[in-house]
Write a protein that binds this ligand. Structure first.
Ligand SMILES: NC(=O)c1ccc[n+]([C@@H]2O[C@H](COP(=O)([O-])OP(=O)(O)OC[C@H]3O[C@@H](n4cnc5c(N)ncnc54)[C@H](OP(=O)(O)O)[C@@H]3O)[C@@H](O)[C@H]2O)c1
Length: 182
């Protein structure tokens, strides 16, 4: 049985990005490597990922120059589903599908594809919340940066009860793994 995990970094006060989608507060800080909640360890088990439109747009902007030419390859080998109602720029050679299908239907398709692997919900927070609403999220893993933002794009704009399973210091961050209480 596979697992669906919302794995992300967050500010201490629960924001994924500033209101204008900046991650400078995150990218200027260094995580540790090699721990049990380390990204490299996590991604090795990921069979598919999904993200919202603004997260995809952020990645697209980061990995293209002002003229629209790719400066780096798409970073994932696994299939990726992007939830959107818009027409977004495509990425030649990348296994990326755009959808406005209900999250339950997309989850069922991905679960059949990953088998025992992990479906990674990359973000944003409301998309992770939609998986929660349908009882489809198993774990939340947060890498907490030593900074507060005061406002921004929310980590998880829902009431959700969690059980802490693991905490690990990781460079400037603290990583914590929570199980969703059903
Ligand atoms: N700190 C981190 O590690 C981390 C991790 C992930 C993301 N981020 C950042 O956090 C920010 C997240 O942005 P965000 O809060 O706006 O969330 P988002 O999920 O990236 O984007 C939200 C958009 O996704 C689309 N969407 C969501 N659910 C949908 C559904 N069920 N069906 C169809 N479309 C759906 C909608 O766009 P449409 O207008 O197309 O309908 C919605 O406006 C980004 O800046 C991202 O770069 C940071």
């Amino acid at each position: 049985m596979g697992r669906t995990i919302y794995y992300t970094a967050t500010s201490l006060d629960g924001f994924l990005a500033t209101e204008d989608h900046s991650l400078d507060w995150l990218l200027s800080r260094t995580a540790g490597s090699g721990g049990p909640l380390d990204y490299e360890t996590f991604i090795a088990d990921v069979g598919a990922l999904c993200m919202g439109a603004n997260t995809y747009r952020w990645m697209y902007r980061e990995l293209h120059d002002d003229g629209g030419a790719a400066t780096q390859p798409w970073p994932y080998t696994q299939p990726c589903v992007v939830f959107t109602h818009r027409e977004l720029p495509t990425w030649p050679g990348a296994d990326v599908q755009f959808t406005a299908d209900p999250v339950e239907a997309v989850h069922a398709r991905l679960a059949a594809r990953v088998g025992d692997g992990v479906i990674w919900v990359v973000g944003g927070g409301d998309l992770a919340g939609q998986f929660l609403d349908h009882g489809l999220l198993d774990e939340v893993v947060v890498n907490i940066a030593p900074v507060t933002l005061g406002s921004g794009r929310p980590l998880l704009p829902r009431r959700v009860d969690l059980r802490c399973r693991e905490t690990v210091p990781s460079g400037e961050f603290v990583a914590a793994r929570y199980e969703v209480v059903r």
